[in-house]
Design a protein around this ligand. Sequence first.
Ligand code: GLY
Length: 455
Amino acid sequence: MLNVMVIGKGGREHALAWRLKQSPRAGAVYCAPGNAGTARDGVTNVAIEHTETDKLQRFCLKEKIGLVVIGPEDPLAAGLADFLRGRGLKVFGPSKDASRIEASKVFAKELMRHADVPTSEFQVFDHPQPARDYIETRDYPVVVKADGLAAGKGVVVCKTNAEAAAAVNRIMTDAEFGQKAGRRVVVEKRLDGEEVSVLALVSGRTFLPLPACQDHKAVGDGDTGPNTGGMGAYCPAPVATPELMKEWERTVFFPTIHAMKRGRYPFQGVLFAGLMLTNQGTRVLEFNCRFGDPETQVLIMRLKTDLLDLLEAVADERLQEFENIEWDTRPAVCVVLCSGGYPGKYDTGKPITGIADAERLPGVKVFHAGTKIDELNRIASDGGRVLGVTALGATLADAKARAYEAVKLINFVGMHYRTDIADKALKVKPVLAPAAAPKLPAKFRRPGGDKKPAT
Ligand code: GLY
């Protein structure tokens, strides 16, 4: 039996801890700090923040934790995986160096340029005036990105040059996203198309892609209003045909993972490629060094292979032992319920009703994000994104209908959510033909393919 520690407190971490707890090999499962959902699902919440690294390592060593799974990007970017590994713990999650693929937009874009990974054209600036001058010479709309982590807010999609110049000022001069994050900016050509999230488990040179998902970033129906952490997701994404998935293995994952290994910052964990399907072909918008949220909720609902076996194999660099991952054939849909005001200033402490009723529906699981047990022992809201109501269905339409049936049973003051999660997939047909792609060298794994796994 293996004791497990999950670091984080969001919907992603609830989904991971819930599935890990179901492993026949799992001993005690802890979550630091966790939420009301982890506490109710047989996981032990531990009141330690990821910044309390000494406390965390002492706890893990004392409780004989056999695997630490780090959920969010902040602790990864701060080097928590290296720190815990240095104390003899087994960790699922990339090193600080490898986490730069998310923690530094400049690093990610330069890596993509170096590895010939398709991404939109860009320039890097460390002073505002040259950035503004460059923007003036562009005859297309641009995106301005703060280099560093900015809680998902450092990417400004601009319609006009004036907006882009203002974005440079906000990021670099006003340091709206922090001094460090705004020291450099990436200015890149804005792309139009459909976004897809493709995640792959990665261990050294071995990688195993997971089924594609689609997130819904804007707060309002029809992709209106400001961006959020993610208002809902579905899996699989029909737009990601098997041919496109193969193409992305060859043109995105293989060169990126290979370049990271060559650069002596091999990736170990889950690599998340945010892709844009444009009329000119696929382009990588960004990489994340962690599981997506709410992508994890729909992936975990469909996962049949033992998650503990998988994550431990990544940490042990034994991922090649898995030829394939087994998935429930049924699609999954997750609808995120948010606090009043989110993604702006939001209310918390609102008692939530109906979760147990929702979970009585077949194929429904309610993953908690910003929740807590209040002083009256009630489940109450404690964040912007509060719950991820997730359902399996025979078809995507069934999964959507079941998820919304469950949503209708839940209530808290100010609760809001999108009503059109998965509509995109129910309407849109795949439009892209895969590009001719180079053959993958035999020593690299092609999951589901006919090559020998990497050793
Ligand atoms: N759902 C997008 C993300 O996790 O970054």
